[in-house]
Design a protein around this ligand. Structure first.
Ligand SMILES: NCc1[nH]cc(CCC(=O)O)c1CC(=O)O
Length: 309
């Protein structure tokens, strides 16, 4: 019987979502009469080792991904479960995205100590985030707020909300919902206020392009609308040559007829500059490039160059 070794980071979120993926895959195997067994293998990534440093200062794409991809290429694991938003827009030779499962809630959310939502935070409140994208959009909406860096996994950030005197912190709703902590969410930020990160809320199941057995199994797990939306968002990111270190966001939705609507944003970390545009299309690569070109025509490349330098 084929044994599939599934590689994952060892954070609480990574282990939980990998457990959920394996549970779904086991059910799909039963349903389709596929015989195999699964084993989970934890892998420490560079991003995990430097979680206490501001990632935007460290630079480099794929900090949470590279060691896991190496294990795939070396045959130590057969499948990897990543958060889509941690994926660089190019995969190494020989590796492919085997499935993009149904997306969790893509929105960012606010966790406060008492305030009902963003509008209820007191004047000058201290809000924690290390994401330049979240900082940009939050400052744009509420210039009075004091944004301060906060690092660590979800669990340690929630502890810091209390211990470091934040009035609120921003996190991806998907992570909290996956680990069953949605009751900590004070308010969801609508895309009109905060465009999510490219791929936020989606998972990426990566495998070797030559592993037909795993590819056949993963086909049953792919969610076509999610894969289409994520493809459009990642095309936008690729054209802007972005990563998680620059204030870029994109959010695509798929209509019943398969049409794609996508809003993209590029801004400055202080929120003073923000370019945002919505476009529709049917081809994800083309739409991503067109949306990026529209923002580049309005000065997006110069904005990003300022952040990178
Ligand atoms: N940047 C880290 C990261 N990568 C993926 C998630 C969880 C959300 C997701 O799967 O999109 C998080 C935490 C967060 O941003 O709050």
């Amino acid at each position: 019987m084929r044994k599939i070794i599934v590689g994952t980071r060892q954070s609480a979120l990574a282990l939980t979502q990998t457990g959920q993926v394996v549970k779904h895959l086991r059910a799909l195997c039963r349903e389709h009469g596929i015989e195999c067994e699964f084993e989970v293998k934890k892998i420490v990534t560079k991003g995990d080792r430097i979680l206490d440093v501001t990632l935007s200062k460290v630079g480099g794409k794929g900090l949470f991904v590279k060691e896991i991809e190496q294990a795939l290429m070396d045959g130590e694991i057969d499948m990897a479960v990543h958060s889509m938003k941690d994926m660089p827009w190019e995969l190494p030779e020989g590796l492919v995205v085997g499935a993009v499962p149904l997306r969790e809630d893509p929105r960012d959310c606010l966790i406060t100590r008492g305030a009902a939502g963003l509008d209820e935070l007191p004047q000058g409140a201290k809000v924690g985030t290390s994401s330049l994208r979240r900082a940009c959009q939050l400052q744009h909406y509420r210039p009075d707020l004091r944004i301060e860096s906060i690092r660590g996994n979800i669990d340690s950030r929630l502890k810091k909300l209390e211990s470091e005197g934040f009035d609120g912190i921003l996190l991806a709703a998907a992570g909290l919902r996956r680990i069953g902590w949605e009751d900590r969410i004070s308010a969801y930020l609508p895309p009109e206020v905060c465009i999510p990160a490219v791929g936020q809320g989606a998972l990426c199941i990566e495998c070797r392009g030559g592993d037909g057995f795993v590819l056949d199994l993963l086909k049953h797990y792919n969610d076509a609308p999610t894969a289409l939306a994520v493809a459009a968002e990642r095309s936008f990111l690729g054209k802007l040559n972005g990563g998680c270190q620059v204030p870029i966001g994109a959010y695509a939705t798929i209509a019943a007829d398969g049409g794609i609507a996508m809003t993209g944003m590029v801004g400055s970390p202080d929120g003073d500059s923000m370019l945002k545009e919505t476009m529709t299309g049917t081809d994800p690569d083309k739409l991503g490039h067109e949306l990026a070109d529209a923002l580049i025509a309005r000065g997006a490349a110069e904005l990003l160059a300022m952040v990178r330098s």
